[in-house]
Write a protein that binds this ligand. Structure first.
Ligand code: AMP
Ligand code: MG
Length: 344
C-alpha cells in the first residue's frame, strides 16, 4: 500500500480522510497531544488493522475520539455529572475520560472491558474528519508499540510507511505527550495517566482525585491494572535510559564521572554548556515546562539508535505538566533514577 500524506491545509483533506475512515481504512490524525493511528471505532475490521499496524497487545484498549462533547452519549452510558463538568472545562482538549461503555462499541475497541476511554481532541481538522465520517475514530498513539510516541507526520511515516492509507500532516503537536486519562467509573475519580490537563486542574473541577499506582511505579506485567497500557514497556529508545536527579552541578558531576564514549546526555537547554563534551541533546527549557513536553518524544526518537550506550537524562521537578513529563521519562527509564546528591 502507498501511504499518502495530505496537509491539514489542503482543501480535500477532510473529505479524503473521512472517506477512508468510512471504508474501514487507516488514517493517522494530528491532535494537540500526539499523532493518532485512527480507524472507525465501531468496526471490528477497522480496529483490528490498528492492532496489526502497531503490533499492539490485544488487551490494550483504544481511546474513542469524538467530534463534539455531547457525542459521548452515543458511546457511553450512565454518564456521571462529573463527566459533563470536565467536558465543559477541558474539551476540546488533552483529557480522556473512562466511562461505562455503550453496547454499540465493539469489544475489540475496549479490549473487552465494560468501560471505554473517550476524548474530544483540540484539532479543528481532525474533529471535522470525525464529524464527516459519522463514526468515532479509535486512535492509539501512532508509534510502533513500545516506541516513543509520534509528534510529527515524519515520525508517523518512519514507523508506518506502507501500512496506512493516509497521514494527515498538521505540523508538530503542541502538547507533545498523550492525553491525561481519568477514570470516572468508581466512587472516586482516579488519574490513570498524567498529561496536558494537570492533576491540579482536575481537582479544581472534581474536588477529589486518586492517583493510580501505575502512574508512579513500575507495574508487573501480570498485575491487574485499571489502564492496561500502563503495564507495558513504553516510550523507550533501544539504549538504557538513566534519570539523574539533583542540582544542576551535582548531576553534571555524576554524569561526567560515569560518561563513556558512546553515551548521550538528554538535558535542558539551560544545561547545554555543562555537557559540551558529552554530545548533549536538549529537549526544551527547564524554565518553560511546556517546551519539555512538546520536545520529549522527538528527542527520545533521535536517541533511538543501537550505537548509543547509556542515555543520562535530566527530568523536571514539580507538578503541573512536569508531572506528565516525569511519568513518560520514568517509564522510558524503566524507573531507573539516581540521586546525584547522594550517589557518586
Ligand atoms: P494510547 O492510545 O497509546 O495513548 O494508549 C491509550 C491508553 O488508554 C492505554 O494506556 C490504555 O490502557 C488506556 N485506556 C484506553 N481505554 C481504557 C479503559 N476503558 N479503561 C482504562 N484505560 C483505558
Ligand atoms: Mg501509546
Amino acid at each position: 500500500m502507498q501511504t499518502r500524506i495530505l496537509s491539514t491545509k489542503d482543501s480535500n483533506t477532510i473529505a479524503v480522510a473521512a472517506e477512508i475512515i468510512k471504508s474501514n481504512g487507516l488514517v493517522a490524525i494530528p491532535t494537540e497531544t500526539v499523532y493518532g493511528l485512527g480507524a472507525n471505532g465501531l468496526s471490528e475490521e477497522a480496529v483490528a488493522k490498528i492492532f496489526v499496524a502497531k503490533g499492539r497487545p490485544q488487551d490494550n484498549p483504544l481511546i474513542l475520539h469524538v467530534a463534539q462533547p455531547r457525542d459521548i452519549e452515543r458511546f457511553c452510558r450512565d454518564i456521571p455529572k462529573a463527566a459533563y463538568a470536565l467536558a465543559d472545562a477541558f474539551w476540546p482538549g488533552p483529557l480522556t475520560m473512562v466511562l461505562p461503555v455503550h453496547p454499540c462499541v465493539p469489544k475489540c475497541t475496549t479490549a473487552g472491558l465494560p468501560t471505554v476511554g473517550v476524548r474530544c481532541p483540540d484539532n479543528d481538522v481532525t474533529r471535522q474528519i470525525i464529524a464527516l465520517a459519522g463514526v468515532p475514530i479509535a486512535a492509539p498513539s501512532a508509534n510502533i508499540s513500545g516506541k516513543p510516541s509520534t509528534t510529527t507526520a515524519e515520525h508517523v511515516l518512519h514507523d508506518h510507511d506502507g501500512k496506512l492509507d493516509l497521514i494527515v500532516d498538521g505540523g508538530p503537536c503542541r502538547v507533545g505527550v498523550e492525553s491525561t486519562i481519568v477514570d470516572l467509573t468508581e466512587a472516586r475519580p482516579r488519574l490513570l495517566r498524567p498529561g496536558g490537563i494537570t492533576p491540579e486542574q482536575l481537582i479544581a473541577v472534581l474536588g477529589d482525585l486518586v492517583v493510580d499506582k501505575a502512574v508512579t511505579a513500575q507495574i508487573d506485567k501480570d498485575e491487574v491494572v485499571k489502564a492496561p497500557g500502563m503495564k507495558y514497556k513504553h516510550y523507550a529508545p533501544q539504549s538504557d535510559v538513566i534519570i539523574v536527579s539533583g542540582s544542576r552541578e551535582k548531576a553534571a558531576e555524576y554524569i561526567h564521572r560515569h560518561y563513556k564514549e558512546n553515551d548521550r546526555v538528554l538535558c535542558f537547554e539551560e544545561e547545554l554548556p555543562l555537557y559540551s563534551d558529552c554530545k548533549p541533546l536538549a529537549y526544551g527549557r527547564e524554565g518553560d515546562v511546556s517546551t519539555l513536553s512538546a520536545g520529549l518524544f522527538a528527542a527520545l526518537r533521535e536517541l533511538d539508535d543501537p550505537g548509543i550506550g547509556i542515555v543520562y537524562a535530566r527530568c523536571p521537578e514539580g507538578g503541573g505538566v512536569a508531572y506528565a513529563v516525569q511519568n513518560r521519562l520514568k517509564k522510558a527509564a524503566a524507573f531507573r533514577i539516581v540521586n546525584a546528591e547522594v550517589e557518586v
